[in-house]
Design a protein around this ligand. Structure first.
Ligand code: GLN
Length: 239
């Protein structure tokens, strides 16, 4: 029997900028289209974080939203680090990515503590990095999305970049890296939502989750022609 996957959606209200909740929708639909069982558990400030999460998703948010959830997020640090060590799949976008790192210091100098799951640090600055973007990765091919952030992220030695970007600014605008990865934990600046235009990446996350459960699931191919077309258009408008 194929195990039932539990998708945990972190802070759906506060951290859902530029449609990032769509990542949850895409994963759920790709499972449902294949008649594979799935539960989605929203987790807001104060809610318990399920211990049986297979995939955890977090979206972007304004600096203010990051401040609002900051203490709650930090209080979950030990559990999130244990989950990451245990191979739980995490896809975190922009603000959530920054907070999985060691710290985010806003451009006004306010420090929002991270949980240290990813060996990255982020500093806000005055210029915003905005535009359609694509990122070439080794594991999941080309990811297509949209970036809009003022935080600049530097990677430490315990993460590798998710990929590299030529058209976009990526992590920091100077080293062409985009996102960060360790084990099954991924952070990226790609909104869009990224999974809607990167179906291969979506299935890669599902495969990782099943593999962690010790199950090799043959994911039935889906018709991704619309997603691929949307990706091509976005790539042709990258900047
Ligand atoms: N506060 C962050 C930044 O601007 C996050 C932005 C976002 O999540 N889109 O760098």
């Amino acid at each position: 029997m194929t195990p039932r996957l539990t998708l945990v959606h972190l802070y759906p209200r506060e951290m859902n900028i530029y449609g990032d909740t769509g990542n949850v929708v895409v994963l759920r639909r790709r499972l449902q289209w294949r008649e594979l069982p799935v539960d989605v558990v929203p987790v807001s400030v104060g809610d318990p974080l399920p211990n049986d999460a297979d995939i955890l998703l977090g979206g972007g948010g304004q600096d203010a939203a990051q401040g609002e959830i900051g203490a709650d997020f930090a209080s979950r640090g030990a559990q999130l680090r244990a989950m990451a060590d245990d191979g739980v799949v995490m896809l975190t976008i922009c603000g959530s990515y920054q907070m999985l790192g060691h710290e985010f210091v806003t451009q006004e100098g306010r420090r929002i503590a991270g949980v240290g799951v990813l060996d990255v640090i982020t500093r806000g600055q005055s210029q915003r990095l905005i535009g359609n973007n694509y990122v070439d990765t080794v594991d999941a091919g080309r990811l297509v999305g949209y970036e809009n952030h003022s935080g600049l992220t530097e990677l430490g030695s315990r993460v590798r970049p998710l990929g590299s970007t030529l058209p976009g600014r990526g992590n920091n605008g100077h080293d062409q890296t985009e996102g960060a990865v360790r084990d099954n934990v991924i952070g990226t600046y790609l909104h869009g939502p990224v999974l809607a235009k990167s179906p291969r990446f979506a299935d890669d996350l599902l495969r990782r989750a099943y593999a962690r459960r010790g199950v090799a699931v043959d994911l039935e191919p889906l018709d991704d022609s619309l997603a691929d077309q949307a990706a091509r258009v976005a790539v042709s408008r990258s900047r």
